[in-house]
Ligand binder design. Structure first.
Ligand code: FES
Ligand code: FES
Length: 164
């Protein structure tokens, strides 16, 4: 076991973990953050995605002891209870079905929009292709990303953008 200090959603936490412990388990079990989900545990589905220094990262395969930088989980998108434009767009478009993959969809979309505030349809498809959904919510995910992009660029939803 060894002490590791993580910065998560703006707060530092020091945890005593085995060096081989994956970040997902620390976030869920030690810090009580239920946003990131355990799906495959193999880095393939995206359900466990968090953002580390702006990069969508699979926490199920990330060694806690190797993490450097700011970790943002789903909870960190709305620290004061005010939902992020991506979360609002998800509600407006009624994206989730069973909901299990949606942490990964939202966190991947958030990282995508932060680096590209006006993505084309193709850029959205490419950026989201590793976030898997068994319920096939992909069309609604795409619509929500366009809606969120419009909101983030203009400060308000743009009907034309979301209908494109
Ligand atoms: S649970 Fe991490 S990628 Fe599937
Ligand atoms: S909403 Fe069910 S797996 Fe995506």
């Amino acid at each position: 076991m060894s002490l590791v200090t993580l910065r998560v959603n703006g707060t530092e936490h020091t945890v005593d973990v085995d060096p081989s412990t994956r970040l997902l388990y620390v976030l869920r079990n030690d810090l009580g953050l239920r946003g990131p989900r355990f799906g495959c545990g193999l880095g393939q589905c995206g359900a466990c995605t968090v953002i580390i220094d702006g990069v969508a990262t699979r926490s199920c395969t990330t060694l806690t002891s190797r993490v450097q930088g700011e970790i943002t989980t789903l909870e960190g998108l709305s620290p004061d209870g005010d939902l992020d434009p991506v979360q609002l767009a998800w509600i407006e478009e009624q994206v989730p079905q069973c909901g299990f993959c949606q942490n990964g969809q939202i966190m991947t979309a958030k990282a995508l929009l932060d680096r590209n505030p006006d993505p084309t349809d193709e850029e959205i498809r490419t950026g989201m292709q590793r976030a898997l959904c068994r319920c096939m919510t992909y069309y609604r995910v795409q619509a929500a990303i366009k809606r969120a992009a419009a909101t983030m660029r203009q400060g308000a939803p743009d009907a034309e953008e979301t209908a494109r």
